[in-house]
Ligand binder design. Structure first.
Ligand code: LIP
Length: 265
């Protein structure tokens, strides 16, 4: 990898903080909608925040590729660039929460070199929490090192998850939810995958699993969990950047994994 991961990390921090702060400052505009789907919304602020992050990244690294949720191509190939760096942006992860005035949402930005994640940032504007990591730097929250919890028993664990809109190709998400709930202390659906995974990284929960999630929701936080001493893993890859994804404190990984069906998301 040619570029120092700290330089990439600093750029990701600027981009995530600028984009997240723009969303927070413009909270009164949170219902300005571009599209409404059955289970989702696309906001004007999603697009504005991605443009802010993109501008910051491209002014530092004009030749790098950008994969952003708001204009993602229908392909999961890395766009060819001079040096194979790709930035992965989710400008507002937890869009429906944000749009409804719920507080759990964040901005997530990762950069990878070929298939290796170099740096990742998740910024949660409402609590002003900045989670960061690089492949050769520790995971941190607001500049202090963080670690996953030491809980070893699934029965004593909190697992955060989401219920994807099952299109019939994946195994029924309610069944998976029920199975996980029966084996853990608590299961929670909080509505922002990247923010959820940061809770695992800093020891507030033990695991995260979702059967139909996208690369931009989990790229940065997956690296943050790994660098905090946990483990993250793509269980299966579907089309269009869609994944089934598991991330834990490492100690409950195998037990939680054994409950998860291996079907395409
Ligand atoms: C959302 C996730 C949420 C998940 C949804 C969705 P968005 O991301 O973070 O936890 O359950 O399926 O992908 O669309 O708000 O960026």
């Amino acid at each position: 990898m040619n570029i120092d991961s700290k330089i990439l990390l600093d750029c990701a921090i600027s981009a995530a903080k600028e984009a997240g702060s723009h969303a927070l400052r413009n909270h009164s505009r949170r219902t300005e909608t571009l599209k409404v789907f059955e289970h989702d919304v696309k906001l004007k602020l999603d697009v504005e925040c991605q443009a802010i992050a993109t501008r910051i990244i491209q002014s530092a690294f004009p030749e790098h590729a950008i994969l952003g949720e708001e204009d993602a191509p229908v392909s999961d190939k890395i766009a060819p660039t001079l040096d194979n760096y790709q930035w992965i942006i989710d400008p507002i992860d937890g869009t429906v929460n944000f749009s409804n005035g719920l507080t759990n949402w964040c901005c997530s930005i990762a950069v990878r070199f070929n298939d290796t994640l170099a740096s990742g940032v998740v910024y949660i504007p409402v609590s002003d929490e900045l989670f960061t990591a690089a492949n050769d730097l520790p995971a941190q929250r607001n500049g202090s090192d963080i670690h996953v919890s030491n809980t070893c028993k699934l029965a004593e664990s909190i697992v955060l998850t989401g219920l994807d809109k099952n299109d019939g190709t994946a195994l029924p998400p309610f069944e998976i939810f029920r199975t996980i709930s029966l084996h853990t202390r608590k299961t929670r659906i909080m509505g922002s995958a990247a923010a959820d995974m940061c809770q695992v990284a800093c020891g507030r929960a033990e695991g995260y699993y979702e059967s139909g999630i996208y690369i931009w929701d989990v790229a940065a936080a997956g690296l943050i969990i790994n660098r905090a001493g946990g483990k993250s893993e793509i269980i299966t890859k579907g089309a269009n950047n869609r994944l089934s994804f598991l991330a834990t404190n490492g100690k409950i990984h195998d037990s939680l994994r054994s409950l998860i069906p291996f079907a395409k998301p």
